[in-house]
Design a protein around this ligand. Structure first.
Ligand SMILES: *Cc1c(COP(=O)(O)O)cnc(C)c1O
Length: 344
């Protein structure tokens, strides 16, 4: 059997498009370049565009939809992290042909696992539900016209989700509050920057009574900071000296032992030293997501890069922001960050 490395799960070839500096999401101009270059190289337009709301931050939905419509490419919004975020007043997940939400344990609300797919099209919804339930036809016995999946949500999970819907507004308010607190408490720390949404205002075109709203209304699912390379963090000379075991990997105690403490694309030493300092203070912080084109499993897929996601990965860090993070916790986290920085 031949192993075709670029064709993943569904048999599609992913094409990666780099980030833009302000939202950290897909760069719409680079997206258009990628579309045109794919057309030139393969004779075909991509089958779908998948913008991701990174850490809940809205992508430039109107520009992405404009490009998608120009070339007739459907948009599947990955709003897994962006449940409750809005762009120009409109909920993420409702711009594209489909929107996808995640209710995994760490998301804005949870059903323990699973998620939701949003579509306005009843026909499509019916077909999707067929696929999600093993494509079982209506006979007294199992009859499958097509090969489906076992992706439906169990009634127990759905019940948890219905309960969670009663706290979603509180969770959204809490995440925004925690973000504002980080922004306030970290504003005077030199070289440490809280990643915040751009702040222009616009008319809410989703409403009849057109009201002025912020263009970006992030749910701030995760709070992220960047640490300038010249910030000296205590112990950074020892960063990456030992192989970390099980920081994010594995399940049920199963991990692959890493071969080396380094990879060819990793956060700066001061960021790793900060992570270790926070870890020692019982605070779980993590680097921001590693760029997909730097993941070994995607090393050979077509990628349109501009250096932005790699630059962010070197300096970025995610801070705790969940429903149990109190004001005192945020103060403690910020104090720990300050204490870890070497004074000039
Ligand atoms: C969590 C997440 C997913 C996957 O969601 P699951 O429900 O865990 O499968 C997909 N995309 C993004 C951006 C996510 O954060």
């Amino acid at each position: 059997m031949t192993f075709i490395p670029y064709r993943i799960l569904l048999g599609a070839t992913p094409v990666l498009v780099d980030s833009e500096p302000d939202t950290w999401n897909i760069d719409p101009e680079l997206l258009e370049e990628a579309i045109l270059d794919r057309k030139a190289k393969t004779g075909k337009y991509p089958k779908a565009i998948v913008p991701v709301a990174l850490y809940g931050m809205p992508y430039k939905a109107d520009r992405i939809m404009e490009i998608a419509n120009k070339y007739g490419i459907p948009v599947v919004e990955d709003a897994a992290e962006g449940f409750g975020s809005r762009y120009k007043g409109q909920m993420l997940g409702t711009f594209g042909k489909y929107g996808v939400l995640s209710f995994n344990g760490n998301k804005m609300i949870t059903t323990s696992g699973g998620g939701a797919l949003i579509t306005e099209d009843e026909e499509h919804w019916r077909e999707i539900m067929m696929y999600a339930t093993q494509y079982r036809e209506s006979y007294p016995y199992y009859q499958h016209e097509k090969i489906g999946y076992n992706y439906r949500m169990s009634n127990i999970c759905a019940g948890i989700g219905r309960g969670q819907m009663t706290v979603v507004d509180q969770h959204l308010a809490h995440h925004k509050h925690v973000q504002a607190l980080y922004e306030d408490l970290l504003k005077d720390v030199p070289g440490v920057h809280v990643h915040s949404q751009p702040n222009p205002r616009s008319l809410d075109y989703a409403r009849d009574d057109k009201e002025e709203v912020p263009v970006y209304d992030s749910n701030y699912w995760l709070c992220t900071i960047t640490i300038d390379e010249d910030v000296k963090v205590k112990g950074q000379e020892n960063a990456y000296k030992t192989i970390v075991t099980g920081a994010v990997g594995g399940a049920a105690g199963v991990i692959h032992a890493a071969e080396s403490a380094h990879t060819d694309c990793e956060p700066n030493a001061n960021v790793e030293a900060m992570r270790v300092a926070l870890d020692k203070a019982q605070i779980e912080a993590r680097p921001v997501w590693k760029p997909m084109h730097k993941q070994p499993c995607y090393k050979d897929v077509p990628a349109y890069v501009n250096g932005v996601s790699e630059a962010i990965f070197k300096v970025g860090m995610c801070l705790p922001a969940g429903p149990y993070v109190s004001d005192d916790d945020v103060k403690y986290i910020v104090e720990t960050i300050k204490a870890a920085i070497e004074r000039a």
